[in-house]
Design a protein around this ligand. Structure first.
Ligand code: SAM
Ligand code: SF4
Length: 364
């Protein structure tokens, strides 16, 4: 195992030193070395962002979408799902439930629903900010600069916009009519405006290469993201990619761990997509660098209609069940629930000592 460290000198380097070549050595680690890599990422997580897990309450307020992403069950062309929009009252009730459970961040997510005018969303943000002590993350897709500005002025704190894949050709194929540069421009725009930004990618997309997976991590580094949502591609039968295989759990965990190593202080969720893979996947992600969980507070009456992919883990759990399960898991893992808003963390000190690096990468 000593050899593993000697062969990975980049692990004790500053994060900025990574490039395609040095990252490829990490990506090339085999199944046998994977557990050690995951443990190493877990140590960096502990050192940089501690044992606290941030809970973000996700409220999926509309499943209407004007886009045609080949992978997503909400795509405009999928006529098999029933569409819904929550009323403002339903959104506020969901926020209230989340706040009662102690959550300090609300994530408002939807398809790209052109029904809403920018000020409709701003009104919801303002109301939530006025009546509840929470941070707000938006995840509403690509919008003009002006809308982002209006929502920021209304009180939004963060924006989650996954770049999905850093391969521009694959991107264009799986998101017809869209291009990667526009998505990156939106992220840069959001950052310039003052949002904390989150990006991320799917792992195991049909036609995805190892080089592009490495580029995913490097792109997030370049964009200096504060959060990265990484999850496996999960095929939805009612989409054009429905017949392809799902991304693998081990590859997703590897990329999660590498992202923690390259961007040591970011917030890294054990995403719903990872947790959907199997019963132990959330625990594995939390042990591989993740420090965020996004419990679902969408009303149960519509939750199964937000079917991005099938069998989403959180479709049937009510908030009480889901919070109890979470608390039990975190207790077993000696992790605590954060009581703070969980804003972006500034880098403390990157390098582990040689001894820590050896321990993290080499111990059983
Ligand atoms: N419409 C917004 C957008 O696309 O940014 C936000 C909602 S969208 C449903 C949220 C995320 O779902 C996307 O960023 C994408 O990565 C993920 N997603 C969609 N379909 C998926 C699939 N089949 N497997 C895994 N993740 C998927
Ligand atoms: Fe719409 Fe987002 Fe799904 Fe694409 S991923 S179809 S933009 S909801």
């Amino acid at each position: 195992m000593r050899e593993a460290i000697d062969n990975q000198p980049m692990l004790t380097k500053e994060p900025g030193n990574f490039n395609q070549e040095s990252l490829r050595q990490l990506f090339d680690l085999g199944e046998f070395e994977l557990p050690a890599l995951l443990r190493y990422a877990n140590q960096i997580r502990k050192k940089q962002v501690g044992d606290e897990v941030h809970l973000r309450a996700i409220i999926e307020f509309s499943n209407y979408c004007s886009c045609h992403c080949l992978y997503c069950g909400l795509r405009a062309g999928n006529h098999k799902i029933s569409r819904y929009r929550l009323t403002n009252q339903e959104i506020y009730q969901s926020v209230q439930t989340a706040v009662r459970y102690g959550l300090k961040t609300i994530v408002l997510q939807s398809g790209e629903d052109r029904f809403y005018q920018p000020y409709d969303i701003a009104h919801v943000i303002e109301f939530i900010k006025k009546h509840f002590d929470v941070a707000i993350t938006l995840s509403l897709g690509e919008h003009p600069h002006q809308s982002y500005q209006i929502w920021l002025n209304a009180g939004a704190d963060r924006y989650l916009l996954k770049h999905e894949t850093a391969d521009p050709i694959l991107y264009q194929k799986i998101r017809p009519g869209k291009n990667l540069q526009d998505r990156i421009n939106c992220l840069m725009d959001l950052k310039d405006l003052g949002y904390q930004i989150g990006s991320g990618n799917m792992v195991g997309l049909p036609g995805q290469t190892l080089t592009s997976l490495i580029d995913d991590v490097l792109l997030m580094k370049k964009l200096n993201v504060e959060m990265a949502g990484i999850g496996p591609f999960l095929p939805h039968p009612d989409t054009p990619l429905g017949c392809y295989s799902a991304g693998s759990l081990s590859q997703t965990l590897k990329i999660l761990a590498i992202t923690r190593i390259v961007l040591p202080t970011i917030h890294l969720p054990a995403t719903t997509a990872i947790s959907t893979v199997n019963d132990d996947a959330r625990r594995l992600a939390l042990g591989s660098g993740a420090n965020v969980i996004m419990p679902n507070f969408t009303p149960l009456t519509v939750r199964d209609q937000y079917s991005i992919y099938p069998q989403k883990i959180d479709i049937i759990e009510d908030p009480k069940q889901s919070m109890n399960n979470l608390k039990k898991l975190l207790k077993e893992m000696n992790r605590t629930i954060s009581m703070s808003y969980g804003h972006a963390v500034k880098i403390k000190k990157y390098s582990l000592t040689k001894k820590e690096a050896y321990h993290g990468f080499g111990s059983q």
